[in-house]
Structure formats: C-alpha cells, structure tokens
Design a protein around this ligand. Structure first.
Ligand SMILES: Nc1nc2c(ncn2[C@@H]2O[C@H](COP(=O)(O)OP(=O)(O)OP(=O)(O)O)[C@@H](O)[C@H]2O)c(=O)[nH]1
Ligand SMILES: [Mg+2]
Length: 331
C-alpha cells in the first residue's frame, strides 16, 4: 500500500517586474514627448486545492516553482505583458505554512480554495510620466511547508485487529487489507460511504494504536494529526482483543492516547463500536462486562452487517446536525 506523504517543503519565486521603457517621440524640431510605457508586473505564485490531486508525492521530486517575469514596457505608452502566474495544485485538506511552520498562510479545505502566497514584482515605470525609465521590482522568494491532513468526516481508530478495515470495506468501496494478525493496516485507508439519501461521507481508518503507541512503539502516533479534521471519531473495540483485558480498558487506552497526543482531540464527538457480535464468545463477554462508555455505543458485526445501519444513521444524523447553521438549529 502506498505511503501517504504528509509534509513537504517547496521553494517558490514570484516573477520579476519588467523594465519600463525609455522612448521619445519627436514632435517638432526641438520638442520631444516621452512615451515609454510601464513594464509588466511579474507573475504571482498561487497554491490551489485541486480534486484531481490526492497526495503531496510530486513535490518530493519537483519542489521548485517560479512564476514568469513581466515583459518590457514599449514605446507609445505600451505596457509590458504581465508575467505568467504559477499555480501549484495540492490536495484538498492541505495546510500552507511559512517555512518554520510558525506562520499559517492558509488552510485549503475544499477543492477550489486558493491563496496567493507571493505577488509578482511590480513593473518599472516608463519615462512617459516625465521620470527616467525604471527597472522592474524583483519578485520575492519563499520557502513553504505543505502539510496534508486527511479531510475525512469520520475516523475509525482502535487497538489492533478489532475489525476497522472490515468495517471500512463494508461501508465503502475501499479495499483495505483485512488480516487475522495485528497492525496489518500500516497507513491511513480512505473510503467514501454513500448514505440512502445520496450524501457522501468520507471515512478513514488510522493504523492501530495500543498502550505503547505514544512512546513511538508499534506504528507510533504521528498519523493522529489527521484527526484534527474529523467530525466524529469511532472507537472500534472487540472484547477478545489481545491488547486489552476488557472493553473498558481498550476504551481507556484509546482515550488516553488521544489526550496525550493533543488534548483538543478529546473535544471531537465520539462513538463507540463493539465489533464481532456475530461470535458467541463476544456476545457473552459483552453481556458479562456491562460496558457503559460515556459516548453512544453500538454493538455491530462488520462480518454480517448487524448493527451497521444503526451506526451509520447516528453518524449521518450527527454530521447533518453539525452542518446546520446555528440560527436554524434553535427552532
Ligand atoms: N467474526 C468476525 N470477525 C471479524 C469481524 N470484523 C473483523 N473480523 C476479523 O478480525 C480480523 C481483523 O480484521 P481487520 O479488519 O483487519 O482489523 P483491523 O482493526 O483493521 O486490524 P489492524 O489494521 O491490524 O489494526 C480479521 O481476521 C477479520 O476477518 C467481525 O465482525 N466478525
Ligand atoms: Mg486494518
């Protein structure tokens, strides 16, 4: 499976402004009129979210971008041609920062969102204004960091082997690897679920967490940065899991891992999914444990589909509620 590239650095340069023109028109024996036109402005550098771009891989190989220079001013007040803008296409969900990441330039959430990261240099004045013709302003240059955060609505997280991939595959057309061994999903997996009323919900499975993940063991916690964009996080649990003695313990490990990584992640809505309910042993353990998490609980089987419809009903109702403008939701 292809690695999702999350962060790249690129180097951009705006176009230089064109030189102004020095031109004189002789109108009589002793009289001249200055007619030199202004130089064209340099091209700008624009970063735009494009639905046809799905990752930042290309930038590893081509990190340099340069906009075109403005044309020279001409005689007879003719202005120089504007330099060619350069448009850098990135996936939706890309955050654009200045090089040290201390300054956020723009968060390009949706396809079509764009930002001018550098304006081209201004063209130099021509001598028509009575001054000497001027050289154009040099275009600036900048180092930019692009960070891709998966723009999913729903994230599936869990201890290893709880059935996240099977659930993702059941709900979407994804082909995430389902395996009987732990840590089989090594990179985020995405899929689009279509609801009965034709809405699209983007789901993402993150690689498994366990008690030691925050210390960098297993697959680490680096990919938790994607959760920033999530509207709902589903904790997928199964009571037979080798990485936790009980459902409660599994839940606590996940909650604690999120909180340690970034406390604000705990403010995102959650749902708890107990999977593998088709297995007798699972039903018995669930009955015996009397697990009562503080978040909405769903007992499902990703294998048979039992309980999945109810889960997605909760998810879509919640997403819809989040979209409702505040003024309307009062009534
Ligand atoms: N009986 C039963 N088995 C399931 C169910 N869901 C998943 N499994 C099995 O559990 C194992 C793990 O499933 P995956 O979907 O790969 O689990 P995962 O959570 O994605 O695992 P990692 O990505 O490794 O963390 C596989 O052998 C699945 O066939 C279920 O609802 N019922
Ligand atoms: Mg998986």
């Amino acid at each position: 499976m292809e690695r999702t590239l999350d962060e790249v650095k690129i180097f951009v340069k705006a176009g230089d402004g064109g030189r102004g023109c020095d031109s004189r028109l002789r109108i009589s024996e002793k009289k001249f009129l200055n007619t030199g036109g202004e130089g064209g402005s340099g091209g700008s550098v624009i970063v735009r979210a494009d639905r046809n771009v799905t990752n930042l891989r290309e930038f590893l190989y081509h990190p340099h971008f340069r906009a075109g220079s403005g044309g020279l001013g001409g005689s007879n007040h003719k202005r120089g041609k504007k330099g060619r803008d350069v448009v850098i296409s990135v996936p939706s969900g890309t955050v654009v920062y200045r090089k040290d990441k201390s300054f956020l330039i723009r968060d390009l959430v949706e396809a079509g969102d764009e930002v001018i990261v550098l304006e081209g240099g201004r063209g130099g004045a021509g001598n028509a204004g009575g001054r000497f013709a001027q050289p154009g302003e040099a275009g600036g240059s900048l180092e930019i960091v692009l960070i891709f955060k998966i723009p999913a609505d729903v994230f599936l997280i869990g201890l290893p082997n709880t059935g996240k991939s099977k659930l993702l595959n059941r709900l979407t057309h994804a082909h995430a690897r389902e395996e009987s061994f732990p840590f089989s999903t090594r990179h985020p997996e995405l899929g689009t679920h279509e609801t009965p009323d034709y809405r699209q919900v983007l789901l993402c499975e993150l690689p498994a967490l366990y008690r030691e993940s925050h210390a960098g063991r297993g697959l680490g916690v680096d990919y938790l940065k994607h959760l920033d964009r999530g509207k709902i996080i589903l904790f997928v649990l199964d009571p037979l899991n080798a990485f936790a003695g009980t459902l409660g313990e599994g839940y606590d490990i996940l909650l604690e891992t999120l909180g340690r990584y970034r406390p604000s992640l705990l403010e995102i809505s959650r749902g708890v999914v107990v999977n593998k309910m088709d297995l007798e042993e699972v039903r018995e353990r669930v009955g015996a444990e009397k697990f009562r998490p503080p978040d909405p609980l769903f007992l499902i089987s990703a294998e048979t589909g039992e309980g999945v419809e109810e889960l997605m009903h909760f998810v879509t109702a919640h997403l819809r509620k989040m979209e409702t403008p505040k003024e309307l939701s009062h009534g």
